[in-house]
Structure formats: structure tokens, C-alpha cells
Design a protein around this ligand. Structure first.
Ligand code: MAN
Length: 358
């Protein structure tokens, strides 16, 4: 299937972002949600900032102190046998496998604006910055759904309580109304459908089963976009496939004549992230009509393969113009890239490579 990657890729890298905090460096400007606002394309970038260590053996972890409303840092010694520093994204306890204590960077959402969809200018201030006890380790991976003149923004709220999903609404991308956590931990990748279906709102979400179960995409419905129920497992991981480790919704569902087009990320157990697609029934999104057995986008470009966490393409939004779909995606947990494809090509790809197993 034909995908045109923008020649300017990567469109935004950490070097384009001035740190918001003194003594910090920007290590990521990625996984940006997408909105069309007036004549501009907005990317709601996840900016990750890391405290600069004072000496070679220091590992520093940031957290937002809610009471004091300021960012603080905790220092660790790389040689301390109590901790495991192998995963660059986090610090774990050694004796308790999987025992997580801190992230090595803090993320918040900053807006990049563009008139041509290729050249972006960054806002100086964050748009969404941690403000409550569910966000002490940051705000990550925003997704935007537009209904009339209101934009609904979902994001991961990360703290020692786990990763929850929160919702805010805005009309101007300057101020916002907080609607609370709409999914409890651990859950990620909430995508709101852009219209009611048979008088109900729908969302995709990805509970992160820790004990029994897999990292599958679920469907929920709601009367008001805030209270969610009727949870159904929708798109699961598949053994021996590009998505045998985890799946999660990527872009706001796109309405086509053939059904709701879902662009999702699938990762192997070794954390290679690609983009797959599925098609849901227009009148009943709990019915999966088709699902790709081959990804439509894989990390092949240098900027997709190498970075803070390589071999990752992670799309969080699109702009649709007729049959053309402009997709913006995070690469290697580091930068932002853009590409274009035809929706009709995606539907053919689904037709050609479809398999119905959930
Ligand atoms: C994973 C990665 C990190 C992220 C944490 C918390 O480890 O996606 O980038 O910060 O989860 O969400």
C-alpha cells in the first residue's frame, strides 16, 4: 500500500523544543494528538523533559509536587544495587521484578501550530501541564476529537496511582475544562468516536491487564462522554503476529461508507510498534468487520528505527481531506513525523489482508 512520508521528516525533534524547566533537557517531542483549528493544523505534542544529572553516576527522576505546585527531583546512584536502571524510561526495584518507582522524564502537552501541515511553530508555554495528584509523573499521549466547535482531549494521567485516562474540553486551545478521569488505572489509548451512534457515545480504550488477560482494545459506551459502561473486548492481541504483545487505539475513528476505520498500534512482545487497521460496523461498533494481517505502516526510516526507544511508529491523529488522510505519528519515542495516504487504499489494504479473528 502506498504511503508518502513527508520529505521534511522528522517534522519536530527535541532540538526544536526549548525546555520549559531550568536544569532540564528535552528528550522527546512525540505522540502528538492532532486537531484542525481554523486554518491551522495543531499537534498536541507530548514533550518529555529529563533533569540533567550533576555527575556521571547520578540518575535523576522528576515528579510534580501537587501541594507546592512545582516540579521536584529525586536522585539515585547508578551503582546502587537496590534499583534496576536497564529500562531508560523508568527506575525499578531490583528485588521486586516489575516493581516500578519513578519515570526518568516528565511529559506534558505543548502545542505546535502549522498553516501547511509540514512546518510547525511551537508554543512557548505548555497547554496541559500536571495539575492534580493523578498527574505527578506527567501527562502523555493526547488525542483530540472535534464535535462542532468543541474539542474533546483525552490523555494518560500518570502518577504513582497508575496510568488513568482523563478528559478536558476546549474551544480555543488556550483554556480548558477538566472533566476528570474517565477511565481508572491501568488504562491507556482512549479514543472518542466523533458522533453518537444510536443515541450513545462510544470510546475505544486499552485496559492494561497485569494478572490475567492481554493488552487488548475494548469498546465502551456512554450517555454523556464522561460516564462509561457496557465494556466489550473488541480487538485483541494475536499470537505470531505483528501485534502479539499489545494493541491500542491510535487515531480518532474515521467514518467511511464501509464502516468506522480504526487505525491502531500493534506491538510485538519485543516492543516493535507498527500501525494496523480495522473496520467496525457503522451502526454497531462492537462488530469488527475486518482487520489487517499486515501492518500498513512499519518503522523503516532511520528516524523511526533509532531514538530514545527505537523501532516505534505511534500515530495519535489524522487530518482528513476528501480521500486523502494526513497522519501524524510519533517516531522512536523521540520525534514527530507525518505521512499521507488514500483512505481508499487503506480500505483495499483491509480487504486484501483481512482476517476476522478478534
Ligand atoms: C511506558 C512508556 C513510557 C511512559 C510510561 C507511562 O513505560 O510508554 O513512555 O512514560 O509507560 O505511561
Amino acid at each position: 500500500m502506498n504511503i508518502y512520508r513527508y520529505e521534511e521528516n522528522p517534522l519536530i525533534t527535541p532540538l526544536d523544543v526549548v525546555p520549559y524547566h531550568d536544569g532540564y533537557e528535552v528528550i522527546g517531542a512525540f505522540n502528538g494528538g492532532v486537531a484542525k483549528y481554523g486554518d491551522e493544523t495543531l499537534l498536541l505534542l507530548r514533550v518529555a523533559e529529563k533533569p540533567i544529572a550533576e555527575h556521571e553516576n547520578e540518575v535523576v527522576a522528576p515528579y510534580f509536587n501537587v501541594k507546592e505546585q512545582k516540579l521536584e527531583r529525586v536522585s539515585f546512584d547508578k551503582n546502587d544495587p537496590t534499583y534496576n536502571f536497564d529500562d531508560p524510561r523508568m527506575i525499578r526495584h531490583k528485588d521486586n521484578l516489575g516493581g516500578f518507582i519513578y519515570l526518568t522524564s516528565i511529559s506534558y502537552i505543548r502545542i505546535a501550530r502549522s498553516k501547511d501541515g509540514h512546518n510547525f511553530t511551537l508554543d512557548k508555554e505548555p497547554f496541559l501541564y500536571p495539575f492534580n495528584e493523578y498527574q505527578t509523573f506527567g501527562i502523555e499521549d493526547a488525542r483530540v476529537m472535534q464535535m462542532e466547535d468543541t474539542y474533546y482531549i483525552t490523555f494518560s494521567a500518570v502518577s504513582e496511582c497508575g496510568v488513568a485516562d482523563a478528559l478536558v474540553t476546549t474551544k480555543d486551545f488556550k483554556t480548558y475544562d477538566y472533566k476528570g478521569n474517565i477511565f481508572a488505572p491501568e488504562n491507556k489509548d482512549v479514543l472518542l468516536f466523533p458522533e453518537k451512534i444510536n443515541d450513545k457515545y462510544y470510546a475505544l480504550h486499552r485496559p492494561s491487564a497485569k494478572n490475567i488477560g492481554e493488552l487488548d482494545i475494548w469498546l465502551a459506551s456512554s450517555p454523556d462522554l464522561v460516564n462509561w459502561g457496557d465494556h466489550k473486548r473488541l480487538i485483541g492481541v494475536r499470537q505470531n503476529s505483528y501485534d502479539d504483545g499489545r494493541v491500542g487505539g491510535g487515531c480518532t475513528p474515521i467514518k467511511t461508507e464501509a464502516g468506522w476505520l480504526i487505525l491502531y498500534h500493534g506491538a510485538t512482545k519485543k516492543h516493535r510498534y507498527v500501525m494496523g487497521a480495522a473496520l467496525l460496523d457503522l451502526n454497531d461498533p462492537s462488530v469488527v468487520l475486518k482487520r489487517t494481517t499486515e501492518p500498513f505502516l512499519e518503522p523503516v526510516a532511520e528516524y523511526e528505527k533509532n531514538g530514545f526507544f527505537g523501532d516505534v511508529v505511534f500515530a495519535c491523529g489524522t487530518v482528513q481531506e476528501g480521500d486523502t488522510l494526513k497522519m501524524y505519528y510519533g517516531v522512536a519515542d523521540t520525534s514527530m513525523a507525518g505521512c499521507e495516504m488514500k483512505i481508499s487504499d487503506l480500505l483495499h489494504h483491509l480487504e486484501r489482508t483481512s482476517c476476522l479473528t478478534k
